[in-house]
Design a protein around this ligand. Sequence first.
Ligand SMILES: Cc1ncc(COP(=O)(O)O)c(C=O)c1O
Length: 328
Amino acid sequence: MPVLNSNLQMLGADEVLASLRALRARQPVKFSAFYSSQLGGVVTDPALMVLPFDDHMVHRGHGIFDTAGIVNGRIYDLEAHLDRFLGSAERSRLKLFGSREEMRQIIIKTAAASTLRDGAIRYWLSSGPGSLELSPAAGAQPGFFVMIFGGLSYPERWYTEGLRVMTTTYPIKPPLYAITKATNYLPNVLMQMEAKEAGLDNGVFIDEDGFVGESSNMNVAFVTRDGVFRHPKFARVLPGCTSLRMLELAKGLVGRGITGVEVADIPVADARGASEMMLLGSSVKVAPIVEWDRQPIADGKPGPIAKALLNLLEEDMRTGDRLVEVPY
Ligand SMILES: Cc1ncc(COP(=O)(O)O)c(C=O)c1O
């Protein structure tokens, strides 16, 4: 890290670009393509994937985002992710950048420009630059950004051995913020850091009434002792696209491993007695949790239903009817 040992340098555009390139050389990132409405197109050089500092998404968190997966050159469940994106925008009182279809086309074309056939698309809507106030600046243009990257990856052992989680000491978000995918992930970040520092894999939010919430960037679900696939209500947790799809797909397992599918308030005490506990999300897909607050879930081994659900989801991602071809 450079230290301040003389007068601050005044930088010109060339020097800034050189510094941005040096930053990426010190800390290489694998981002394949980035669309920015502010730049007016797509860049593939990570040094150029930048936002003005006065964009309100940067300094006030007035922005939203969503992430969809690219599987075998096709985008999975894009409409569900766009539905949630538009819902988040409305609740955040953000102006849209163009119509849903225009944003959809930009997402698909940026994916094509990236040439990436397996990875993730994360896209953001910001209230735009123009001031350091709280409310959007007068005449601010909403910003729309799309990043194509390899996606988040998790250790193989999460799937073979299962995860160990803890109840976080951080408070759960109130309903409005929990169901809105805004760029305010402070509780989520702190929860994950806390768990890692405790030598565990992730945390779980519990609400004030003692009902199970969600994890850092994933939903949590259970299989009860009598075989019901049980998911928390979507009041204090993000309505995960994976969870919503899984609740549909899981119906195919009724009579073939599970006895029913239920969305309910889940008291922690009931949850601890489950026969299976798992994480669900676009990045993690389905991963078994085998230990919670240092206590085993059932026999402390990954269960068959989490595995069956993962298979169903992977099948849906490969051959289902929710795939959009990327025109590479
Ligand atoms: C807080 C939170 N909960 C749950 C999820 C799971 O949602 P999805 O299945 O759409 O990835 C995510 C990820 O987007 C998240 O950030």
